[in-house]
Design a protein around this ligand. Structure first.
Ligand SMILES: NC(=O)CC[C@H](N)C(=O)O
Length: 303
């Protein structure tokens, strides 16, 4: 397989796309992003990095951050997280409130917004938001081996001003006693973690540990990385998780900024970015590129 040529062909194919999908419009800063952009980066088990497209362009990782927050929270408190958050796909949109009432304020999984708010609440546990955020950023920087990874304050402020659904979710969780900290503190931390910006190269490197690549910084036990990857597979694309698994056979976590982090256990860590989204709120062209990559390489957790 000639990976550089394959990635170049994915870039060319992306730019031939008649329909890039629609950028997220509910966060004003993201609504301004040009959808006609594409980047893909792959780190292989031998440590080599291969990219095509705008792999030096920083984008808002949004919900891809939930993977790293979950890793930090599991490292901090371990299994007790699961008394407050489930591990089942929700079958609903990422920002849905529907099941929260039926299930007494215990979110289905850590990747839908309600579950991510609880996970962030655990990480916060009485500390100042700045401390929890520096733990998340510290984890990502160490995982990527790169300190030049930061939070875009304008994106965070933009979501803080308009994130009424998340504000509703946090208050609803609090009413069920499933937030320990004040909703404003949790929301502030969550909006800032979502506003971390990275290039696909940085994200692919940060995903090496979750993919279990040799030589990755040892930040996660094998059990934790397998569990995180299992949740990516079953819940990482919300109500589009089944479709993503069917099309790619790989665990992935998407964000409304158009990024997707994909783990090919023991083989590769992949990051793709294209800001236009499909109907589920996952990168449209990014998903198509991962589908094609999996098809051409034969990469799949199903052998
Ligand atoms: N799917 C996402 O990426 C959602 C993240 C976004 N910050 C939100 O909470 O709505």
């Amino acid at each position: 397989m000639n990976l550089p040529a394959l990635l170049a062909s994915l870039d060319a194919r992306a730019h031939a796309a008649a329909d890039w999908g629609k950028v997220a419009s509910y966060i004003p800063e993201l609504a301004r992003v040009d959808p006609a952009q594409f980047a893909i980066s792959v780190v292989l088990a031998d440590g080599t990095l291969h990219s095509a497209g705008q792999s030096q362009t920083r984008f808002s990782i949004q919900s891809v951050s939930k993977v790293f927050t979950l890793a930090c929270t599991l490292s901090r408190i371990g299994e007790s997280l699961w008394s407050r958050v489930g591990r089942e796909p929700s079958g609903d949109r990422f920002d849905s409130i529907l099941l929260l009432e039926q299930e007494q304020g215990r979110p289905r999984n850590p990747f839908i917004n309600a579950g991510a708010l609880v996970t962030t609440d655990e990480l916060l546990s009485g500390r100042a938001p700045r401390e929890a955020l520096s733990e998340i950023l510290g984890f990502i920087r160490a995982a990527a081996g790169d300190d030049d990874i930061h939070i875009d304050g304008e994106v965070a402020a933009s979501e803080q001003a308009t994130g009424f659904r998340n504000i509703a979710l946090a208050n609803y969780l609090k009413s069920y006693d499933n937030l320990k900290n004040a909703p404003e503190m949790v929301l502030g931390t969550y909006f800032h973690q979502c506003a971390i910006e990275m290039t696909t190269e940085q994200l692919a490197r940060a995903g090496r540990g979750i993919a279990g690549l040799p030589g990755a910084p040892l930040l996660l036990s094998p059990v934790k990385r397998r569990r995180i990857a299992a949740l990516m597979m079953t819940c990482g694309h919300y109500d589009g998780s089944g479709d993503f698994a069917f099309r790619t056979g790989l665990p992935g976590k998407s964000g409304v900024g158009g990024g997707i982090l994909v783990a090919v256990p023991g083989v590769a860590s992949v990051a793709v970015w294209s800001p236009g989204l499909n109907a589920w709120g996952n990168s449209k062209v990014g998903t198509e590129a991962i589908e094609q990559l999996a098809h051409e390489t034969g990469w799949s957790v199903f052998g």
